[in-house]
Write a protein that binds this ligand. Sequence first.
Ligand SMILES: [Zn+2]
Length: 159
Amino acid sequence: MKCEKIQGLLKTDFLDGELDKKLKSYIQNHIDSCDSCKTLWANLYQKTVAPFKNLKEIKPPESVWSRIEKETLAGAKEPFSLLDWLKDKLPPLFYFPKPAYAFAAMVLICFMTYFLYFKPSANKRQEANEYLLDQASFIQELETENYSFGVDSSSDNYL
Ligand SMILES: [Zn+2]
């Protein structure tokens, strides 16, 4: 491993104690044998680790903890939301996995395409109009016949 990479690790994970045992001992061995990295580590340690090494643990007074607890709980309270309440109570109703959304969108697009391009309702409306026009002309014919019949019915023969 190059010094550049090792020095990057010294400033980050090695300093934080986040490395696994194997890498940690590899870097430790490198530090012992490399002056440049040894100097960097000595500086880092002196400036970032050593000042905090001998600090005493201070326990804050109970009143501080209770105030933190109180304000944390107060901040955690959210206004009541019916939707959130329902989500909590009925999670299966509100849970749609993403593929379900995709499928629903696809079905919707298919239906919209079908209705936009084939317009079955428009065809049916046209059929209905033609049917109504047929019926209207048929009724008109009937009325015409009735009219002539009506003329006859005004005669005494009809009664
Ligand atoms: Zn080195």
